[in-house]
Write a protein that binds this ligand. Sequence first.
Ligand code: NAP
Length: 276
Amino acid sequence: MKQVMLANGEAVPALGQGTWMMGEDRARRKGEIEALRHGFELGMTLVDTAEMYGDGASEELVGEAMEGRRDGIFLVSKAYPQNASRQRLPLACERSLARLGTDRIDLYLLHWRGGVPLAETVEAMETLRSQGKIRHWGVSNLDLADMQELMEAGGESCATDQILYNLTRRGPEFDLLPWLQERRMPAMAYSPVEQGRLLGHAALAALSAERGATPAQIALAFVLRREGMIAIPKAGTLAHVVENSGALGLDLSPEDLARIDRSFPSPTRRAPLDML
Ligand code: NAP
């Protein structure tokens, strides 16, 4: 498994698993747990959830999927912006820990920026870290100016920025990703297959047919080609998990990347960070 280094030197898998929309349908629950566990076995041991997903149902599902193998998992969860205060973050974290059935979250993220001052969130995250409730903290959906403000607010130990990044969302390549790379702060790409919407794109279909890979594998290999990039596709079925893990063996050539650039151009000027 390709790995990405956190700032403290800890290695995490570059290809993880997302869980938005999982745990919400009883009929699909068993299959989703099987899919996640199979992903763990294939080395996709970084799993991403949030208190928001299914109002806690995703965290419960992840807790069940991790049973008996917690130590081998790098667990990521996120707090609502309104819970990112000195008073509320410890309570939100305890609720997440209870649903996840664990005593620590490996990486706890601010889901997006809200009204709580960043300095207060940093302080609340650092307190949780000193108590051992979380091992690292980070943010999500923060654009460059927010990241710069976060650094000024004492947030140098932020471990990642989880952002929308895929073939059709290349905006962060202009300035946010270079800024993160310069600081050796890993980025985490969410919706790396654009929630399935980009998989029918004609140019992607043509390239995948020639490369003997699937559109999802090309889309994931494109994201994973970057140094310091973690991708967290969500796959609720065993077949998709197996397919996605195949992206790791796929190296896109300069010719492949040039073709991709023609159909999915890289940004030529800055644009605000998109979010889903
Ligand atoms: P995604 O991973 O781009 O796409 C998921 C969808 O694509 C699902 O419908 C899935 O279907 C399908 N899919 C996955 N692999 C496939 C394959 N090989 N072939 C065909 N279809 C495939 O979108 P996402 O769930 O929005 O993003 C991934 C994760 O990022 C989320 O689950 C969540 O953990 C995180 N996220 C974070 C934020 C944030 O604000 N921080 C926002 C969005 C997402 P099946 O389920 O049927 O396999």
